[in-house]
Design a protein around this ligand. Sequence first.
Ligand code: ADP
Ligand code: MG
Length: 235
Amino acid sequence: MALITGTDVVREYETGGETVRALEGIDFAVDRGEFVSIVGPSGSGKSTLLNILGLLDTPTSGTVLLDGEDVSGMAEADRTDRRSETIGFVFQSFFLVPTLTARENVEVPRLLAGQPDETTRRATELLERVGLGDRTDHYPDELSGGQKQRVAIARSLINQPDLLLADEPTGNLDRETGDVILDEFGAVCEEEEVAVVTVTHDDYVADYADRVVELIDGSVVTGEDAEHPQGGARA
Ligand code: ADP
Ligand code: MG
């Protein structure tokens, strides 16, 4: 069974008396451990789809199943619980807390979980895992853009999610650093057995992802096997 599936998912926004149909009734499925990249022009519905995958939003119509459980009509509080148990997020702008060290930033999603020693141990391990073992006590403004994004990846993994969602994670990085970050997602996907879904403008993401889903005007135009013109970085 797929980790998350969507059937005939429609999302409409009402603004100023007008209805915008951001998703036109799409079907999708993401398997455990799979690395899927969503591409498409600005306004094609990528962030809308990611928000639905992340249980931050629900479809206007259609069904979303997480681990076989219908989450499309679930109450907000229940969705929030399922989200914190299951899903990690990485954003274009990193969203690190400037007054906290790298390690403390990674710990943030577990601050209320108790077991502070275990949390610190895992945060340190995750920072080592993303190559920042020597930067655990550095503050965000002492880190490069790529290092900040690696801290954000470590933070997204602290609760051992099944699904990691990233909206334009390389958008603020140069190409070379973006490559390193996409490589990191690929490694995380394999080693942490987490499904990764990234949204990106970068066409070279096809070299890293197992599968590319292209959205245009709220519809999926491709989504079968990704082309791997150079054989793929993970092939
Ligand atoms: P992308 O991430 O691919 O750029 P979005 O999912 O953000 O696209 O947006 C898809 C469409 O939905 C666009 O036409 C956008 O203007 C519209 N849209 C997105 N969010 C909202 C909102 N909160 N209210 C009204 N329209 C929205
Ligand atoms: Mg977007």
